[in-house]
Design a protein around this ligand. Sequence first.
Ligand SMILES: Nc1ncnc2c1ncn2[C@@H]1O[C@H](COP(=O)(O)OP(=O)(O)O)[C@@H](O)[C@H]1O
Ligand SMILES: [Mg+2]
Length: 394
Amino acid sequence: MSDYLDRIGSGLILLDPGPLDFDFIPETMVGRREIQSNLAAKFHSISHPNSSANVVITGPVGSGKTLLARTFCRDIEHHLRNKRQIRSVHINCRNATTNVRVAQRIVQTLDAGHPDRGLSMGELLNSLRRLLRSNDRHLIIVLDEVDHLLRKSGNDLIYQLLRIDEDQEGSGTISLILISQEQVLDVLENAVISRFGHTNHLPIPSYDYDGLLAITRQRAEAALNPQSWTEEILKLIATSAAPSGDARQVIELLNGAVEHAESDGRSMLEPEHVQTRAKAIPQVMPEDVLDELTGHPMLVLLGICRRLRKTEFMTSKDVESMYTVVCEEYEVKPRSHTTVWKYLKIIEGLSIIDTRVDTVGDGRGRTTHISMPHALPMDVAARIEGRVVKKLNR
Ligand SMILES: Nc1ncnc2c1ncn2[C@@H]1O[C@H](COP(=O)(O)OP(=O)(O)O)[C@@H](O)[C@H]1O
Ligand SMILES: [Mg+2]
């Protein structure tokens, strides 16, 4: 009766799904030795009491920024366990966009029972001082995707954190790591930059083919039956993802290939399993094409991306409603219906989207179906989010 389930959990290919999860933290970060050393160098004095460091990490989507910070914090805590008690907290500012929310999260990692309501920023910072100093602990605070916080709430929290020891009762209480896709230093105020200093900026590049291949191999070795894959398959996956240089893509391709092969009842990954997935990841849109767009057309495109993350096609009416929501988010007044239509044509002209017009009913109604066959809407959205504010302010 349930023989249709036979292939699930057969273990022909997949031995452990964990390493194919985006949030999985591997034992080692592959191929990033030099960057890891550069980051460590900025923390060279951290083993000494009263010392701290502040670093800004920037780089494109899937270049390993989050993993770099997570593995660094994990490893340094362990490495210095007999010298200095180091704790770390990693906050994704996409999910916590107000200063108070972020401050609450920081305090709660040190004291899970800390009340989470009604406390002012000043009170939270006092709690933070008390919790750290009374236990003689050092805290590394990682603010990931910090551009979200900066856009919504400015840099007040960062500024306050940098000044945490100005009461003279402690020093080197916390370190800060800020992560963003874009050059956030440009949007930070001078008061903050002067404390970070441009020398504490660590830019990281996207992965090349070899880097992607190494990551694919690490995941295959950790997750799959060794008999189920060949070097050729890994190469195919790395080649498919190379135009984007996004490590997330190789993991996704590998995962997709496994899914496909297992549902076919196969015990080996074959090129066809990868290729069908690769087809689903469209040919990559050139990086600089977005530069052609000014602020509002970018917001129109951002709205389109958000909808196309969930569906294959959308109508021009959907475009307008998504655009209105995006305008609210960025606190700007939406442009008129005709202007939005003009923007849509510009975006289409740049081949970022495809449109297909269908005649409905008796031929009098026409509906435009919009799709994005040459790029992943999620990636395009991330790229827009990183730069649209600057465009709007121009
Ligand atoms: N050097 C690496 N070694 C192993 N896995 C990696 C490496 N770089 C990235 N990854 C994996 O690729 C995915 C994307 O990396 P992530 O750190 O989230 O990128 P970013 O934060 O820059 O967008 C994650 O699942 C991560 O674990
Ligand atoms: Mg990240």
